[in-house]
Design a protein around this ligand. Sequence first.
Ligand SMILES: CC(=O)CC(=O)C(=O)O
Ligand SMILES: [Mg+2]
Length: 221
Amino acid sequence: MSARKAVNFRQVGRKIVGAARTYKEHAVELNNPIPSEPLIFLKPTSSYIEQGQSIIIPKDTLELHHEVELGVVIDKPGKNIPEASAAGHIGGYVLALDMTNRTEQSKAKKAGHSWCIAKGFDTACPVSRFIYKDEIKDFQNVSLKLKVNGILKQDGNTKDMIFSIPFLISWISCRMSLEHGDLILTGTPPGVGPVSAGDTIECSLNDLICMSFDVKSENMV
Ligand SMILES: CC(=O)CC(=O)C(=O)O
Ligand SMILES: [Mg+2]
């Protein structure tokens, strides 16, 4: 077996590209249109946290939502990547949370502004350890679960995505170059909901990864 290759995406510190509404039922649950093509946004790498750190609710936030997602780490850079060869650009994966300030997101939607504040606050992107490619046999059949205070809230699978992961990689690469160390958040299955200070989020990917995060308000830190 060839030597496993890790991609030190945190150290490289490239961009985080979020894909939105890639699961039909999630688009429906938030009364959003089901997109005919991907909807993407950027999150700053300053939003990364790992287990042991807390998710901090930004002040004046009335509604902070959890979104459990499969993250795809890019190894081989590219632009205008053909869908047929897109999987060859994958270096590995992470289990990620696309924490979202719905209060800000609603304001942005109404004003026609970007989601950068809603998606980009510090601690908005909790991630697991790097997952090697050979640890996930089929990236289009990955179980994603999330509990809040022990109650199951999200229980999805990447097989239900509207757009395949190779399609997402290709589509994004036609609009911005993908670089070694980039992270693509591939979207969240249905069951998103609010979290509050004092809550505990537990999430899992297959039987491979489990991680948990506590939620605090800014005045608790
Ligand atoms: C409305 C959203 O924030 C969409 C999103 O992030 C997703 O994963 O879908
Ligand atoms: Mg998301």
